[in-house]
Design a protein around this ligand. Structure first.
Ligand SMILES: Cc1cc2nc3c(=O)[nH]c(=O)nc-3n(C[C@H](O)[C@H](O)[C@H](O)COP(=O)(O)OP(=O)(O)OC[C@H]3O[C@@H](n4cnc5c(N)ncnc54)[C@H](O)[C@@H]3O)c2cc1C
Ligand code: FES
Length: 286
């Protein structure tokens, strides 16, 4: 694999896997095990290149496994296992003008969808949101495929000062004929994006990230409420109609194992060259 770090907590792994690269479609994900005893974690296929035989993962270090991978997945190493591609590929639809919204790490998974829409002939407006300018990544990649790009930063250090919803509102004001919005990011951001488009009646697709275990529809861990129906994100999604998603239920379920996750991260940090300080994992001084 090759690797690039985008910030203290965000890193990109490009993995050589020709079969997976040929099979991958926008919107799909893989389940990765970094070592034999490792946890299986779902990660979106943020890019794929069938000619070079690579798939790209962009990962945020948030807990035990993603921190461990941040330490151990170096250029030239291999993952223990990777299952996929999983999930139903995104449907590029027939909309002629589309807004693709990525919030924080969500910028990576929305990229293959934006590229597929562009290849499908749509006019693509990108709206990317970051906390500040130091966290911006893939701006050039998006400029290459978007007809318009709006960068938003919470603190105004680059682009439009505000959240992605400000970018969505600006794009919808300027383009009354937008047929679809695709929004990927933290649940609270996807919920706000869906609310921003609801009144205007613009179809809005989101990609859900509930806790997953098997990824094959058998454990029920990734249960989500979509309108009156219960769906499993791993086999029925992960893309769903944002106007029907019960985001509050999703957020409650994501918090369910917080204490166990904290303990696992703390235990792991005690056995490696990292320590918990004020609830954050930091490297020990050399
Ligand atoms: C379809 C899908 C695609 C995803 N794509 C990406 C991606 O491209 N990049 C990325 O950085 N993260 C992605 N995630 C989230 C990623 O799987 C979790 O951040 C990771 O599992 C956390 O594990 P941990 O041990 O590092 O942290 P933990 O301390 O175990 O958990 C931190 C938080 O991550 C979530 N989480 C924990 N375990 C899981 C799990 N098995 N499945 C899903 N969420 C979990 C919970 O909200 C938890 O609060 C995706 C999740 C899903 C479901
Ligand atoms: S992860 Fe088990 S049912 Fe979806």
């Amino acid at each position: 694999m090759t690797r690039e770090d985008y910030s203290d907590v965000t890193y990109m792994l490009e993995i050589h896997h020709p079969l997976m690269a040929r099979a991958a479609k926008p919107g799909q994900f893989v389940i990765v095990m970094s070592h034999r005893e490792g946890e299986r974690i779902p990660l979106t296929i943020a890019d794929f290149d069938a000619e070079r035989g690579t798939i790209t993962l962009v990962i945020q270090a948030v807990g035990k496994t993603t921190l461990e991978m941040q330490q151990t997945c170096r250029a030239g190493t291999s993952l223990y296992g990777m299952a996929g591609p999983m999930g139903i590929p995104s449907n590029p639809g027939s909309a002629k003008k589309v807004i693709c919204v990525g919030g924080g790490l969500g910028v990576a998974p929305v990229y293959p969808q934006a590229r597929a829409l562009k290849q499908n002939g749509a006019y693509v407006i990108g709206v990317l949101g970051f906390r500040n300018k130091d966290l911006i990544f893939w701006e050039e990649k998006f400029r290459a495929i978007c007809d318009e790009l709006i960068i938003c930063t919470d603190d105004g250090s680059a682009g439009l000062k505000g959240f992605v919803t400000d970018g969505i509102n600006q794009a919808l004001e300027n383009h009354k004929d937008v047929g679809e919005v695709v929004a990927i990011g933290p649940p609270v951001m996807m919920k706000a994006s869906a609310e921003a488009t609801r009144a205007r009646g613009v179809k809005t697709m989101v990609s859900l990230n509930p806790i997953m275990v098997d990824g094959t529809g058998m454990c029920g861990g990734c249960r989500v409420k979509i309108g009156d129906e219960v769906k499993f994100a791993c086999v029925d999604g992960p893309d769903f109609d944002g106007h029907k998603v019960d985001f509050d239920d999703l957020m409650i379920r994501l918090r369910r194992y917080k204490e166990e996750e904290r303990v696992a991260t703390e235990r792991w940090s005690e056995t490696c060259r990292m320590r918990m300080v004020d609830g954050k994992v930091v490297p020990l001084p050399e």
